[in-house]
Design a protein around this ligand. Structure first.
Ligand SMILES: C[S@@+](CC[C@H](N)C(=O)[O-])C[C@H]1O[C@@H](n2cnc3c(N)ncnc32)[C@H](O)[C@@H]1O
Length: 256
């Protein structure tokens, strides 16, 4: 991971996930978000953080003394998670958090797997403190990756992930999750919802996901080839479907 270690004390750095960017590539989105989080925790040295759909690990680093609460629907995933200090087995669409109780809410690669992402987002809006941050990351519903994921059966995802990451995927302890990709996750809809819920958009970046980058590297599909296909796809679909920008990340700040 290419974030700056010196900005904050680290907790369990070995359990953090890796961005698959190569050294020397432009600042990736994780680095960009980490930069904002580091600036935020300078004024909030012991933040209370909610990792919604925390799974077995996370991408962002927090100072020592942070209180990290993880909620996930899967006990198995929570059992593997060594980053969070408190664990809740629950559904992020329904779980009632104490209002205004978190400095930071993170929901990374989860909203695409649930039928009511709007309900989950509304819960985050209520749970975060005024001036607090919400980080969301999920696939771009207008990307080829998302369209393929939505239209293919779950067993195909398992096979593809095994091809990219190795045989452990799909076996007990290494679950892949069915994809719903609700249309609420469209960029415009998310931004509008945020605005109606007193959230200011600080970051809204589309980017190529680590999975897609790994896929390309595995099959020697260089940037040039992909960018060419990206241009063709945009042309043929009048810009409605894209290839390179497979995912979105957002950082919202709740108004005070
Ligand atoms: C693809 S994993 C992402 C995990 C982690 N956030 C990360 O970035 O690696 C999706 C996670 O969402 C959890 N999940 C799926 N539906 C959920 C729900 N309704 N409520 C809470 N967690 C859920 C799954 O159990 C899984 O751990």
């Amino acid at each position: 991971m290419s974030t700056n270690d010196s900005a904050v004390g680290l907790i369990y750095p070995n359990c953090l996930k890796e961005s698959s960017d190569q050294p020397g590539e432009p600042m990736d989105v994780i680095e960009l978000l980490q930069h904002h989080v580091d600036a935020f925790v300078e004024n909030c040295p012991k933040p209370v953080i909610l990792e919604a759909g925390c799974g077995s690990g996370g991408y962002l680093r927090f100072p020592e003394g942070s209180r990290i609460v993880g909620i996930d629907i899967s006990q198995e995933e929570l059992d593997k998670n060594t980053i969070v200090s408190e664990k809740i087995v629950g559904d992020i669409q329904e779980y009632e958090h104490e209002p205004n109780s978190y400095d930071l809410v993170i929901c990374w690669d989860v909203l695409e797997h649930i039928p009511h992402p709007d309900k989950a987002f509304a819960k985050f809006c209520g749970a975060v403190k005024p001036d607090g941050l919400i980080v969301l990351a999920f696939p771009n519903v207008c990307s080829l990756k998302a369209i393929v994921a939505k239209m293919t059966p779950h067993w195909f995802h398992v096979k593809l992930y095994r091809l990219i990451y190795g045989k452990k995927y799909g076996s007990p302890g290494y679950i892949t999750f069915p994809t719903v990709l609700h249309k609420f996750l469209k960029n415009g809809t998310i931004r509008e919802f945020a605005q109606h819920n007193n959230l200011n958009t600080v970051v809204a970046e589309s980017h190529e996901s680590g999975v897609q980058k790994r896929f390309r590297r595995k099959f020697y599909l260089g940037d040039g080839v992909f960018r060419f296909f990206d241009k063709c796809l945009r042309l043929v679909t009048f810009g409605n479907v894209v290839l390179m920008d497979s995912d979105w990340v957002y950082l919202f700040r709740k108004s005070s």
